[in-house]
Design a protein around this ligand. Structure first.
Ligand code: ADP
Ligand code: ZN
Ligand code: ZN
Length: 767
């Protein structure tokens, strides 16, 4: 559909004979011959659009992440008659219309649809007519034969030691330098984000023989096949009530609250069996980081070819293939991350949301939906059951269970009555008084590390902060080095010898002089996971240590390799950020050390305590999952804080009650419906003026609605934009929604730039 000079893809929502308003244009062509979205899915899109105040088009776009990819993977080549026609045209030089040129272009080689469309503005139409005449054949490219033609995401590159001859262009030299600095194989798609023009450079270097290119392996390992277990009584009871729900064909939501190591996965698998037995399909949603090939392998070995996996690490064509498999009805079980909630499965009977409290279910761009909540609404439309599983359910979900909206199912013991790990708090203020040293590790922690190295058992060390030093400051004037785009300090990353902004990826060299006062007394403060790894190396030179955080992994498959190595006992110690806290089941881990439990507590966010509690409980749950009991050591300077104390006691119920009291008192969710309105602009005066105007427009606030703001956002400047925000708490959803619409209408009437207003309903973070 042309919009000005642009062509856009549209979605048909309804067919009718009513005369529409406004300026109309003809549609150019119909892309899909059958509907890509069912009525149910369009109804779901309308709900999301209404609830989250997001444009319907944006919602539909995120529901069809593959729509454009499905069509672009075509390669055209000439048929015999096409070749004859091209030769004819060659003789008849006067024929210089586009169709003739296109045929000539195809004479020597096959070309992709994408290339042809760039070269020939009318390619779409011409290709179709030439195809009809039998001059062309189109081939869908599931695998491009030339590995160098593949998308960057599906290529792995590695230096092979041969130095290319002659002088190289800058991009190629930079790529080589990067690969020398980071040996091993890399996903080209990810390298592209760090090295300019890496894609072209890699292809050129490969042709010169300096790089080896291999395809990303997408084979899921089914070596992981875990056998099905006989359920214990608690698991069985949970399954029985889920099965009844599925068989009743009515919408119901269950909250499966099971402590770490209680065998929730086995319940999910058997519940999926139950849905299949009723002739219905099932959807399992997992957090971003948890969907590894190993996890996928477990599903393949259980459900065979009936499984489709929607993995963001898959290449476009692989994802397209999975999508087709689902849409055609040959996949009955879908495993996916957040956007997997839109998988076009038929006759949906069950949605399982694993780790339902996880932050990765919330999309942090428009439409800002929560995949867990969308799952519930989708199930409601489909008459399906939902199982929300977690060892640390969100306050909202647990409260819904208390109110009877969800059915609570509990697994309160570990499998085979294994003990929960013992958790000891180490007061780092006391440690300092006794040792007079500001050390990363307490003496008790070091002793325990040593004992594990001696016994051959494994250790996990958590510090939920990336980088080497968290900030760089000047001793003379106190200046801390800040990002040029954000009001945030830069983190020192030693491997890259750079200061990095964790929000906008801005990077700069480490200054040798203070940028403000030119003093030489620059110093580095605050410990990140990179430094923890180094200190462990210094303390235990012979220990085999691996690190897992966003800086060490260059892709989800790499993540899996490190974890697999740890599982295979190639490493004694695994250091990492929250990534290591989730879901892994590694029996030989008997010690978990938390370097600092306090990092998340200082965040200006009403969920800070809840997040800290969840992270500590989850990471503690990694210890003692096998036959050996586990120990957890937690270093903190807030040993009396209830989130830390109750996580150590592994007392969810007490935490829930205490936190609920705080939320009730402060009018936070689940007692109010909340939204965050953000006003942003590159010019501070504009952001300030616009937010003031919006503030006036929202006054007086309707009854039972509290509008707080405008105020500077906790991060007042981010990605070069100044930010002011309003926090809104409302007694009812309906009145909240009305207020948000009022804000939206106002900004439209005032002709604000479309990106100046951000509405976040049920916000997860308030930065
Ligand atoms: P959770 O997700 O609740 O932390 P998992 O699902 O990872 O726990 O289960 C922990 C371990 O117990 C896994 O290795 C799993 O294979 C095993 N397991 C699950 N159910 C049973 C059972 N009924 N009998 C024996 N082992 C089981
Ligand atoms: Zn200075
Ligand atoms: Zn920044």
């Amino acid at each position: 559909m042309p919009f000005g000079p642009r062509k856009l893809t549209g979605v048909i929502l309804a067919c009718h004979d009513d005369k529409p308003e406004g300026n109309l244009r003809d549609a150019l062509r119909l892309i899909d011959s059958e509907p890509v979205l069912s009525h149910d899915m369009i109804a779901l899109a309308r709900w999301i659009s209404g609830y989250y105040c997001a444009p319907l088009g944006e919602v539909l776009r995120s529901m069809l992440p593959l729509a454009s990819e499905i069509r672009s993977g075509k390669i055209y080549s000439l048929t015999d008659s096409g070749r004859d026609a091209a030769r004819q045209l060659f003789l008849d030089a006067s024929a210089d219309d586009q169709a003739a040129n296109l045929l000539r272009a195809l004479e020597g080689r096959s070309l992709s649809a994408g290339y042809l469309k760039k070269k020939f503005p009318l390619a779409d139409k011409i290709l179709r007519s030439l195809e009809k005449k039998g001059f062309l054949v189109a081939e869908h490219t599931h695998e491009s034969r030339d590995p160098l033609r593949a998308a960057s995401q599906s290529m792995r590159i590695q230096l092979n030691g041969k130095d290319p001859e002659g002088k190289l262009p800058k991009a190629e030299r930079e790529l080589i330098a990067f690969l020398q600095l980071h040996p091993g194989t890399h996903n080209l798609g990810e390298v592209e984000q760090q090295v300019k023009n890496a894609s072209t450079a890699a292809r050129a270097l490969a042709r010169k023989g300096a790089l080896t290119v291999t395809r990303e392996e997408t084979q899921v390992s089914s070596g992981y096949a875990k056998t099905s277990h006989q359920l214990n009584p608690a698991q069985q009871a949970a399954l029985d009530s889920i099965r009844l729900g599925i068989e009743s064909r009515e919408f119901r939501t269950f909250l499966l609250h099971g402590v770490t190591g209680s065998g929730k996965t086995e319940v999910y698998l058997k519940a999926i069996d139950a849905a299949l037995a009723c002739g219905r399909s099932a959807l399992l949603m997992v957090p971003e980081i948890a969907l590894t090939p190993a996890m996928a392998g477990q599903f393949f070995s259980r459900f065979g070819n009936r499984v489709a996996i929607l993995h963001s690490a898959f290449s476009d064509s692989e994802r397209t293939e999975q999508w087709r498999k689902i849409r055609s009805g040959s996949a009955w079980v879908v495993v996916g991350t957040r956007s997997g909630v839109f998988a076009p499965v038929r006759d949906l009977g069950l949605i399982v949301v694993d780790e339902e409290h996880d932050q990765s279910y919330k999309q942090e761009e428009t439409p800002r939906y929560n995949g867990r909540d969308v799952a519930i609404v989708r199930a409601q439309h489909a008459g399906a059951c939902v199982v929300l599983g977690s060892a640390t359910p969100s306050l909202e979900s647990r409260y819904n269970a208390e109110k009877g909206k969800y059915t609570l199912l509990e697994l309160s013991e570990r499998i085979e009555s294994r003990p929960m790990p013992r958790v000891d708090l180490i007061d780092m203020r006391q440690e300092f008084l006794e040792t007079r040293k500001q050390a990363t590790f307490s003496r008790a922690m070091l002793d325990q590390f040593e004992a594990r190295l001696d016994s051959g058992e494994q250790t996990i060390v958590l510090l939920n902060r990336r980088g080497f030093s968290t900030f760089v400051a000047c001793r003379a004037c106190g200046e801390r080095v800040q990002c040029i785009n954000c009001s945030l300090t830069l983190t020192f990353h030693r491997r890259d010898r750079r200061l990095l902004c964790h929000y906008c990826n801005y990077a700069e060299k480490v200054p040798s002089l203070c940028p403000k006062c030119q003093s030489e007394h620059i110093y580095f403060l605050g410990v990140g996971s990179e430094k923890v790894e180094e200190e462990l190396h210094n303390q235990f030179p012979t220990a085999r240590i691996a690190r897992l955080d966003r800086d060490t992994i260059t892709g989800k498959r790499h993540y899996e390799t490190i974890l697999q190595g740890f599982r295979d006992r190639d490493f004694d110690i695994l250091v990492g950020t929250q990534m290591i806290a989730k879901g892994h089941d590694i029996p030989n881990v008997t010690l978990v050390g938390v370097v600092s439990a306090d990092i998340g507590l200082g965040m200006p966010d009403f969920r800070a305590a809840e997040r800290t509690f969840q992270l500590l409980t989850q990471v503690a749950g990694r210890a003692g999952r096998g036959s050996l009991p586990g120990v957890v050591l937690v270093q903190t300077i807030n040993p009396d804080h209830y989130a830390i104390r109750l996580a150590a006691a592994q007392d969810y119920q007490a935490f829930y009650e205490k936190e609920l009291q705080f939320r009730r008192f402060m009018h936070y969710p689940p007692f109010t419906a909340m939204a965050n309105i953000l006003v942003r602009s590159e010019k501070q005066e504009d952001a300030l003026r616009m937010s003031a105007e919006l503030g006036q427009h929202l006054e007086p606030a309707p009854e039972k609605i509290k509008v707080m703001g405008p105020a500077e956002a906790p991060v007042p400047r981010l990605k070069a934009e100044y930010r002011y925000q309003f926090l809104i708490k409302a007694a009812s959803r309906k009145s909240l929604n009305e207020l948000l619409r009022r804000a939206q209408d106002f900004t439209r009437a005032q002709k604000w730039n479309a990106t100046a207003l951000v509405i976040d309903v049920d916000p997860f973070t308030l930065t």
